[in-house]
Unconditional design. Structure first.
Lengths: 355, 516
């Protein structure tokens, strides 16, 4: 055979077969049960929010590839994942333009302007959510009450679509759903007015842990079902796509101060389980903070990062200007990643002091 | 002894590539017929290259010295068979750039006649360290596990660092390769004898033969060979790459890490490959130099995989032809294992002391995906046996941040390939790391050169300064002397003959003045 036909490359020549699309796909799979529950609980409109946001992300990615004269990167599925994650942090009746603005922002300013996958500093889905939250606070905090599919007042497919499309620029018309506070919002508003936690969450509000954990409560689309999201997280751990370092330390970072303050004054500070099952702590710990590009690579760095995310979440939830702090906490910690990585490198073989 | 308390420790990281040893592990070692021509490189070891000590036209015996060396870290080269030296020329060697190196071309005469002057030690098992070491050095024995570091140096542990245990490395963690497996199954007795001789040389009292659990045949054979031999033991290790790397094996067995930049003996252990051990035995018992080695020829692109006993210097093409040739569609041929081997582009490259395998791959056996951006997944950190941060090294190497490379310990990388094996973005990390290492070395050389020039210039200026000062001093001295003479002349009564002396004295002074 001719010598030049032999392939010349550098060792190693074999590979374990992992790939970026496979990783992204696994994360998407692990999110789907919670997303499906979101549709069940909030009706068809939730499905359209997810579809529109994801499409906005994928199309933006493709257009930017073309503008930057790069090969298409939509095949790596990272844009689709960003879209799905962003949709899951939004209200289930978000108007279509909110979804589009969020998706475009996530990919354009959150990712491609930095150079695309691997180069962005902040989690694109979260930076877009933070942007939407600051720019469109009304739309982003108007949580519809659940109207489950197959229930008495369930919307039809076309009603769901109409809900998303009906309000071009303004607050969406909320068919027969009443906009109500999320448990975290309720807790902050009421305790801010001097009520106890029990008064705030009990009575008319009727908070109960079971429905919060299963996801049958108000809140953003996918962040409500703590149990399904945890299962998704466990799937990712099992597939070794994420490691325990970030999720566990982030949960601890939020729960431990919650326990301390709850023990000090249970009338003023809600119990740790409340923090665990409400809001976006679980989706944040398993799906947002673990975003590989924007979290540390060293195990020690991941622990520091996770603790930081958890503690900041608790601080913002308890004393900050917003009822929910997961997004802000993670975005703030994203900015510290280069520093954390630099100071948390493992001790290289043969360099241990005792050796 | 604490060191023999075998609770096996895991070294950090590691991977488990598909073993693919079934292709060749049941093929007994067969001798390759003598090739028509041998190309014996003069550098087959880590260290200084040899000088040829034969010239074209010379007749040589099998085992006769053809490459001599006086350097400390080096190892001589011998004729693999009897015959005629045809030429000494630059020939392609196993390097992916197609690099050439000085080779002795030998035309075998077919008699395969041993050099009659080769003799072993008379009482090898009672010989002293130096006698054994000298035999090993003269026989050109080097580490056959891949590092090809001269064995006699490893048999001279530094004073004050006793070696408690010798590890005989039969781990063979690279996929596909089965030559050590076969050597252990077929030449177990020789391995044990070689180990005993080496233990004498370094005055070490215990020996562990380390084999991974996926080689039951070898384990059985070695266990049988050490039966009744005092202080020998076979240790079965769980399968994990790169356990056969010297430092990782030491960590797995002794729970100690070789200090960065240090030697294995700093941990009280030393590691020798099984084939090296057998070569030591031949060298000490019979004075036979290392002129042959067992090479696995495998991969799905080879018609008939085999383990061949071949003379050093045999062109790779001869091995492949003997194994039935290549299947159509072979995409890549490499020397050594798929994790750390070298891609070949010229099959005339010879087998050297470092050649453990020749593998021919079909496209579906190897990795062909294009490189993508790093997503910082951290897989490379997880699998790195040296606990580096490979992605950070690559990032710096890629962006030519050479000054930042030492702080991420680029030099400590053992290039095992685990990171690139596990990288979802298909980044050839080892390639970038090698580039980084070379860039650091180049920059350091540059710096040293600049520093040397600076020192030399400084020395020159100092010398000129000193010379000038010396001249000034002499001038001053002369001035004083002439003044004193003038004074003396004035004071003394006028001599009769003042004419010839007086002009002579000031003359040199004026010469010096005109110079300055």
């Amino acid at each position: 055979m001719s010598m030049t036909s032999l392939k010349i490359s550098s060792s190693p020549f074999v590979h374990d077969g992992t790939s970026i699309p496979a990783i992204m796909q696994a994360v998407i799979w692990s999110l789907l049960p919670a997303a499906a529950l979101g549709v069940m609980v909030f009706g068809w409109s939730a499905l359209f929010v997810m579809l529109i946001t994801t499409l906005a992300c994928v199309i933006t990615e493709r257009i930017l590839n073309a503008i930057r004269s790069r090969p298409s990167t939509i095949g790596d599925q990272s844009a689709a994942l960003t879209g799905l994650l962003l949709a899951m942090t939004m209200p289930s009746n978000s108007p279509w333009w909110l979804c589009v603005v969020g998706g475009v922002f996530a990919i354009l300013l959150g990712k491609q302007l930095y150079g695309g996958l691997g180069y962005n500093m902040f989690n694109p889905a979260l930076i877009a959510r933070v942007f939407l939250l600051i720019s469109f606070p009304v739309q982003m905090t108007t949580w519809p009450a659940p109207v489950p599919l197959l229930s008495e007042h369930a919307h039809t497919l076309s009603e769901g679509l109409a809900m998303i499309l009906s309000a071009p620029f303004g607050t969406p018309e909320l068919l027969d759903a009443l906009s109500t506070a999320t448990p975290l919002g309720q807790y902050r508003t009421e305790t801010g007015m001097g009520h106890t936690v029990r008064e705030a969450l009990g009575g008319n509000f009727g908070f109960d842990l079971f429905s919060a954990a299963t996801g049958l409560i108000k809140g953003s689309l996918g962040e409500t079902s703590a149990i399904l999201l945890t299962l998704g997280g466990i799937y990712l751990l099992r597939k070794r796509i994420i490691t325990w370092h970030i999720p566990i330390t982030m949960l601890l970072g939020c729960i431990v101060p919650a326990i301390i303050f709850w023990l000090i004054d249970p009338t003023k500070y809600p119990d740790p389980l409340f923090h665990l099952v409400t809001g976006g702590l679980i989706i944040g710990a398993f799906f947002m903070a673990t975003d590989m590009v924007t979290s540390p690579v060293t195990p020690m760095g991941q622990i520091i990062f996770g603790l930081g995310c958890g503690i900041l979440t608790y601080l913002i939830r308890t004393w900050g200007g917003y009822p929910e702090g997961v997004s802000f906490a993670i975005v703030i910690m994203n900015a510290t990643v280069p520093l954390i990585d630099q100071y948390s490198r493992p001790v290289t073989y043969g360099k241990k002091k005792s050796a | 002894m604490g060191i023999l308390n075998l609770a096996l420790k895991k070294f950090h990281g590691g991977v488990h590539p598909k073993e693919n040893k079934d292709l060749a592990k049941h093929c007994p070692i067969e001798e390759l017929p003598m090739p028509k021509r041998l190309y014996v490189p003069l550098q087959q070891h880590s260290g200084t290259a040899c000088e040829p000590c034969v010239k074209p036209g010379d007749k040589v015996f099998k085992g006769q010295l053809i490459g001599r060396t006086i350097a400390n870290v080096s190892s001589p080269v011998h004729a693999p068979t009897s015959g005629t030296i045809e030429a000494i020329l630059d020939h392609v060697v196993g390097h992916y750039s197609g690099l050439t190196d000085q080779c002795v071309v030998l035309l075998p005469d077919g008699n395969d006649q041993w050099d009659p002057s080769l003799k072993g030690l008379d009482n090898p098992f009672e010989a002293d360290s130096k006698a054994i070491r000298d035999k090993v050095r003269d026989a050109g024995v080097v580490g056959l596990g891949g590092a090809v570091y001269p064995t006699h140096i490893k048999l001279s542990p530094p004073r004050g660092k006793p070696v408690d245990v010798m590890l005989i490395n039969g781990v063979e963690c690279e996929p596909y390769i089965t030559n050590d497996t076969r050597i252990m199954e077929e030449r177990s007795r020789e391995i044990v004898e070689g180990a005993q001789l080496m233990m004498r040389a370094i005055q070490c009292s215990s020996c562990l033969i380390c084999i991974e659990a996926n080689k039951p045949g070898a384990i059985q054979a070695m266990e049988k060979a050490v039966e009744g031999v005092p202080n020998f033991r076979v240790v079965v290790l769980p399968v994990r790459y790169p356990q056969g790397a010297k430092n990782q094996l030491i960590e797995a067995i002794t729970h100690r890490q070789v200090p960065s930049g240090g030697r294995s003996t700093d941990t009280g252990a030393t590691v020798q490959n099984v084939a090296t051990s057998a070569a030591v035995r031949d060298a000490v018992l019979y004075g036979r130099p290392l002129i042959r080695r067992v090479v696995t020829v495998s991969g799905r692109g080879i018609v008939r995989p085999a383990n061949l006993d071949v003379p050093i210097g045999t062109p790779i093409q001869d091995l492949i032809d003997h194994c039935g040739g290549l299947k159509p569609g072979v995409q890549q041929i490499i020397m050594n294992g798929p994790m750390m081997g070298t891609a070949l582009h010229d099959l005339q490259s010879p087998v050297v002391k470092a050649t453990a395998a020749v593998l021919a791959f079909m496209p579906n056996e190897i990795h062909n995906e294009p490189e993508q951006p790093c997503i910082r997944c951290g897989n490379c950190l997880e699998v790195c046996p040296v606990e580096l941060t490979p992605c950070e090294i690559v990032w710096r190497a890629k962006h030519d941040l050479i000054d930042q490379l030492p702080e991420v310990h680029v030099k400590d990388c053992i290039e095992c390939g685990s990171c690139a094996y596990a990288c979802p973005a298909n980044i050839p990390l080892v390639h970038y790391i090698r580039y980084g290492k070379m860039a650091v070395a180049a920059k350091r050389n540059e710096k040293e050169k600049t520093e040397m020039t600076r020192l030399r210039n400084q020395a020159k200026l100092a010398r000129l300064e000193a010379e000038k000062a010396e001249k000034e001093r002499k001038k001053e001295e002369m001035r004083l002397a002439s003044e004193a003479r003038k004074k003396a002349a004035a004071a003394a009564p006028k001599p009769a003959a003042d004419a010839p002396a007086a002009p002579a004295a000031p003359a040199p002074t004026s010469t010096v003045e005109s110079h300055s």
